[in-house]
Write a protein that binds this ligand. Sequence first.
Ligand SMILES: Nc1nc2c(ncn2[C@@H]2O[C@H](COP(=O)(O)OP(=O)(O)OP(=O)(O)O)[C@@H](O)[C@H]2O)c(=O)[nH]1
Ligand SMILES: [Mg+2]
Length: 298
Amino acid sequence: MGNKGSALITIAGRPNVGKSTLINRLTGEKIAIVTNKPQTTRNRIYGVINADDVQLVFVDTPGFHKPRNQLGEIMVNTVRESLLGVDVIMLVVDPIAEPGMQELKLIELAKAAKTPVILVINKIDTVKKENLLAVIASYNSAHDFNEIIPISAKTGEGLDELVKVLRTFVNEGPKLFPDDMVTDQTDRQIVAELIREKLLYCLEHEIPHGTAVEITAFSQRDSDIIDVEATIYCEKPGHKSIIIGKNGTMLKRIGELARTDIERFMGYKVYLQTWVKVRENWRDRSAMITNMGYDGKK
Ligand SMILES: Nc1nc2c(ncn2[C@@H]2O[C@H](COP(=O)(O)OP(=O)(O)OP(=O)(O)O)[C@@H](O)[C@H]2O)c(=O)[nH]1
Ligand SMILES: [Mg+2]
């Protein structure tokens, strides 16, 4: 390529299309949590890859949706802001013909921002190749995309081609992050997210969406053990009893699943203690949203 420099690349799309799976796959690290439930990602998350003299900086964003509470509004604003001032947007979509409302709105916002857009059709491992033509045709009539690239973030198909195309958006100039930095998140933030991932995995309906995790202690006990204390917030007393479960079984399960992942991530043995607290309707209370780390300022 001969290009030197960096590109800032926003990953946008409706909830659950695989944006976080894609940033993890591209960086080769689990920097963003992934679940089969919509609205998993709440913050803007940076992920960086360096190859030769080129740095690609990816920005994972919350799923673009119609907000139903203040937290949702902040999440959607984060998406909007992330479309501005970047070199290119990857609009990630399901392999379904006809763009929906959220896709059309994102296209409109990208147009207004005058930012180039690559359409990334994800999850092609779930459809027959011949069905992709209809998807491509319907999106082609919605916008003049810079490129249309079918991929599977799960199997890795199409990612080499995607990276090749992304490299054409590299601008000359200094790198945006130090070479050894994969994400902007702290270990504490990732640990909190890993716990939230297990809440989303183990709980149903609105309950996990109303949870937040705060790490209240994070310290190295000796050469190979880390002590982590976490408070899980939920929205209602009834939710608290479900999260704890009969004789504490649910909380124990969540804790064990999280501990395994945290140990893998940290490379140390982890001693994890969890508490559950109720914060009524925190998703509609701005001071609490800020306290939980979701003020969208990052
Ligand atoms: N079959 C298949 N499943 C995928 C693929 N990419 C992601 N998934 C699954 O799709 C679901 C959603 O993935 P996420 O990466 O959390 O989606 P997201 O777009 O980040 O979702 P939000 O954070 O809620 O906006 C998970 O169950 C993933 O395992 C893919 O290429 N193929
Ligand atoms: Mg996500």
